[in-house]
Design a binder for this molecule. Structure first.
Ligand SMILES: Cc1cc2nc3c(=O)[nH]c(=O)nc-3n(C[C@H](O)[C@H](O)[C@H](O)COP(=O)(O)OP(=O)(O)OC[C@H]3O[C@@H](n4cnc5c(N)ncnc54)[C@H](O)[C@@H]3O)c2cc1C
Length: 328
C-alpha cells in the first residue's frame, strides 16, 4: 500500500489548486484521477478576471489558446444587450493539463471506488493511505459518497443539467453570447468563441424545473441548434454529450475530520451564471491552507452569485430555481 501525507481525488481546477499549495509547502501529496491528462472536460471555459488574478495567469506566457472578449451579448427574447466587458475563454483540455503540471504534483491514473477510515488515516481501494484526504472529483465524487452523503445530501432543487459541444470552427463573431429563458428554459444557452479557431456552444438548466414543465434539455437543444444554424451559420450535432452538477446551497465549506470537499464535489458553482471554475480554485486553495495552518476550512465572501448579491443576480437565481420563468 502506498502511504502519503495528502491525497487529492480529482485533478480538475479544484484538485490542482489544492495540490499546488500543498506541494509548494513541502507536503507529500498525490493526485488520483480516473483519466489520463490532458483529458476532455465538458465546460464552456469562460474564465473571469478574478480567476486570471487568482491564478496569476499571464496571457502572454500561457502556453495555450487564450481569448479575451470585448463584448458580452445578453439576449432576453427580442432584447439584445451588448455590454462592454473584460472576460476570457480557455479550452479545458489545455487549461486543466497546465494547472496539473504547474502544481508539480504526481498524478496517478486511478478510478477511486472505495474509501474507509483507519484510525486517523484514510484508506483508498486498499491501495493508498493518507492523513489528509481532499475530494475534488466533481459531481460523483467518491469522497463525498463515502464520508459526506448521509449528513449532507445534495439539494435536489440546485441540480443543473447541461449539453455542450466544442469543435473547430472558423467563427466570424468574436463576442460571447448568452440567451436567457428562451422558450421558458429555466437556465441559459451560450456561444463562446475560443482562440485558434474553436467554438463552444451549450445549454444548461435546472433539472427540477425542467421536469416540472414536462420538458427535457434535449428539446431545448434542438431549438438552440435551429437558432444557431439560422443566426450564426453554426451546425450543431443532434446528440451532444451532457453533464450534471450542483449550484451553491446553504452551508459552508464541507469538512469531516481531515477530509475536505472542494469544487463541484462540494456543489459550489454560482446561482446566477453557474460559474464553477473560480469557486473550484478558491475552495482548493482554502482546503490546502486549512491543512497547512490548522485554521478552519473557510472560503469566499458568502456571495452566491458571479454578479455579486445585487438585484440582477438574485432575480436570476429566483427565476432559475423558484419555478417561475419570466419569459414563456
Ligand atoms: C457544460 C458545462 C459548462 C460549464 N461552463 C463553465 C464556464 O464557462 N465557466 C465556469 O467557471 N464554470 C463552468 N462550468 C462549471 C465548471 O466546469 C465546474 O464547476 C468545474 O470544472 C469544477 O471543477 P472541479 O475541479 O471541482 O471538477 P472537475 O473539473 O469536474 O474535475 C474532477 C476530476 O475528477 C476526476 N474524477 C471523477 N471521478 C473520479 C474517481 N472516481 N476517481 C478519480 N478521479 C475521478 C475527473 O476525471 C476530473 O478530472 C461548466 C460546467 C458544465 C457541465
Amino acid at each position: 500500500m502506498r502511504s502519503v501525507e495528502a491525497i487529492i481525488v480529482g485533478g480538475g481546477p479544484a484538485g490542482a489548486s489544492a495540490a499546488l499549495r500543498l506541494t509548494a509547502a513541502g507536503v507529500d501529496t498525490l493526485i488520483l484521477d480516473k483519466e489520463d491528462f490532458p483529458r476532455h472536460k465538458l465546460c464552456a471555459g469562460w474564465v473571469t478576471p478574478e480567476v486570471v488574478k487568482d491564478l496569476d495567469l499571464d496571457a502572454t506566457s500561457y502556453p495555450y489558446g487564450f481569448l479575451s472578449f470585448r463584448r458580452l451579448h445578453w439576449h432576453l427574447r427580442a432584447v439584445r444587450l451588448p455590454l462592454p466587458c473584460v472576460q476570457h475563454s480557455i479550452r479545458r483540455f489545455e487549461f486543466d493539463h497546465w494547472l496539473v503540471q504547474r502544481s508539480r504534483t504526481e498524478l496517478v491514473r486511478h478510478a477511486v471506488r472505495s474509501i474507509r477510515r483507519a484510525g486517523d488515516h484514510y484508506v483508498i481501494d486498499e491501495a493508498f493511505r493518507c492523513r489528509y484526504l481532499i475530494g475534488a472529483a466533481g459531481t460523483g465524487c467518491p469522497v463525498r459518497r463515502a464520508l459526506f452523503e448521509t449528513e449532507m445530501p445534495r439539494p435536489r432543487g440546485l441540480q443543473t443539467v447541461t449539453l455542450e459541444v466544442e469543435f473547430p470552427f472558423e467563427w466570424r463573431d468574436p463576442d460571447c453570447h448568452l440567451w436567457f429563458f428562451e422558450r421558458g428554459l429555466p437556465g441559459y444557452s451560450w456561444y463562446v468563441p475560443k482562440a485558434e479557431g474553436w467554438l463552444n456552444v451549450g445549454i444548461g438548466a435546472m433539472a427540477n424545473r425542467l421536469k416540472q414543465r414536462g420538458e427535457t434539455i434535449r428539446q431545448h437543444w434542438r431549438h438552440l441548434a435551429r437558432k444557431l444554424q439560422h443566426d450564426f451559420g453554426v451546425p450543431l450535432p443532434d446528440d451532444p454529450p451532457g453533464y450534471s452538477y450542483y449550484l451553491r446551497g446553504p452551508g459552508g465549506a464541507p469538512r469531516s475530520g481531515n477530509a475536505f470537499l472542494i469544487g463541484d464535489s462540494a456543489g459550489l458553482a454560482t446561482r446566477d451564471l453557474c460559474e464553477g471554475i473560480g469557486p473550484a480554485i478558491r475552495s482548493g486553495r482554502a482546503a490546502a491552507d486549512s491543512i497547512l495552518s490548522g485554521a478552519p476550512y473557510r472560503w469566499g465572501d458568502g456571495a452566491t452569485g458571479s454578479l455579486g448579491d445585487g438585484l440582477i443576480s438574485r432575480w436570476m437565481d429566483w427565476a432559475f430555481t423558484r419555478g417561475v420563468s419570466p419569459v414563456m
